[in-house]
Design a protein around this ligand. Structure first.
Ligand code: NAP
Length: 303
């Protein structure tokens, strides 16, 4: 049976993945920014396959405040993990990218082949370029060494075990926490921005299924976008969350906060050409499960 190593095993994605013979790493097991530590760990574990989820991840404000750290930490982690994998002869590496990698000015919908067709958004360019290099390194290693290294690009993720820290979390977990705290404190539910932008969301349990399928079955070389291609406005997301917590207080849109891009639709044409019958969890069901989990675990969630 293949031994599977999951980097970022304590994160939202890593904690959702289950395989029979797998080792999940946290930053406490190995700081993947450190080249020698990383080589040593891969030498001792000698995995057959690697699912590379570890990254310095955060929301817009954190990306803007710590540009140097986002670039350095991610470029080091990615370079070390792919090179260590090559050195110990890992048969397949599946790396997680993000839709932030795509150019700011591009024709929509986003498709896998558009990744390098222009500069990414200035708000997160250090993170985006470091992530793009995963694709470049995977391609270069495939061409020079014959390494079977691939990458996947999920849209906005949400689900149990997410990061609910208000300064560096993503939109769905931030809104879940704000709504719950507004409910228990009897205060307004404050939403950043106008609520008008549209985003695509994917439930973490769907990511777990798609990752397992891709690791075993995907035979293409290029990246693969994970999305249902259903766009939801932040307004609609706010309403779904408010309903889950039975929140009937005041909802305030703080228009002094940035909205980001209005839409970033992405295509699932390639994904569905491989898995035509995949059934995505509806946003209503996924958010309901996440809110229930959050409420139960409120004292101990990452925040
Ligand atoms: P996450 O919950 O923030 O988890 C990050 C993981 O990376 C944690 O296990 C963390 O370990 C580990 N890590 C961070 N720095 C490390 C270091 N220096 N050395 C070793 N491990 C380190 O992230 P996620 O949401 O699961 O994201 C997983 C992947 O999906 C990332 O590559 C991300 O870019 C991508 N992605 C995420 C989203 C999203 O909406 N969340 C969307 C698109 C793509 P500790 O727990 O020990 O700190």
């Amino acid at each position: 049976m293949s031994k599977i190593l999951i980097t970022g095993g304590t994160g939202l994605v890593g904690s959702s993945l289950e395989f029979d013979n797998c080792v999940k790493l946290s930053s406490k097991d190995c700081d993947l920014r450190d080249t020698q530590q990383t080589y040593k760990l891969f030498e001792s574990l000698k995995p057959d396959k690697v699912i590379h989820c570890a990254a310095k991840v955060g929301g817009v404000l954190s990306n803007m405040a710590y540009k140097g750290d986002y670039y350095h930490d991610n470029i080091m982690i990615n370079t070390n993990v792919l090179e260590a994998s090559r050195r110990v002869g890992v048969k397949r590496v599946l790396s997680f990218l993000s839709t932030c990698v795509f150019p700011k000015d591009i024709d929509y919908p986003l498709t896998e082949d558009k990744m390098h067709d222009g500069a990414p958004h200035e708000a997160h360019y250090p993170y985006a370029y470091a992530k793009r290099m995963l694709d470049i390194q995977s391609r270069a290693y495939r061409e020079q060494y014959g390494c079977d290294f691939i990458s996947v690009i999920p849209v906005n993720l949400y689900g149990p075990n997410d990061n609910f820290n208000l300064e560096n979390s993503h939109v769905a977990p931030a809104l879940i926490r704000k709504c719950y705290e507004a409910k228990i404190n009897n205060t307004p539910f404050v939403v950043w921005g106008t609520g008008k932008p549209y985003r695509e969301f994917i439930y973490i349990k769907d990511i777990a299924k798609l990752t397992a399928w891709t690791l075993e079955n995907y035979q293409d070389k290029g990246p693969l976008i994970f999305t249902s291609s259903i766009e939801t406005s932040i307004n609609e997301l706010v309403e779904i969350i408010a309903k889950c917590f039975s929140f009937d207080g005041k909802i305030v849109f703080d228009k002094s906060m940035p909205d980001g891009q209005y839409r970033k639709p992405s295509s699932n044409k390639k994904l569905l050409s491989h898995i035509p019958d995949f059934e995505f969890t509806s946003l209503e069901d996924g958010i309901a499960e996440t809110c229930e989990w959050f409420q139960k675990k409120y004292e101990t969630v990452r925040k």
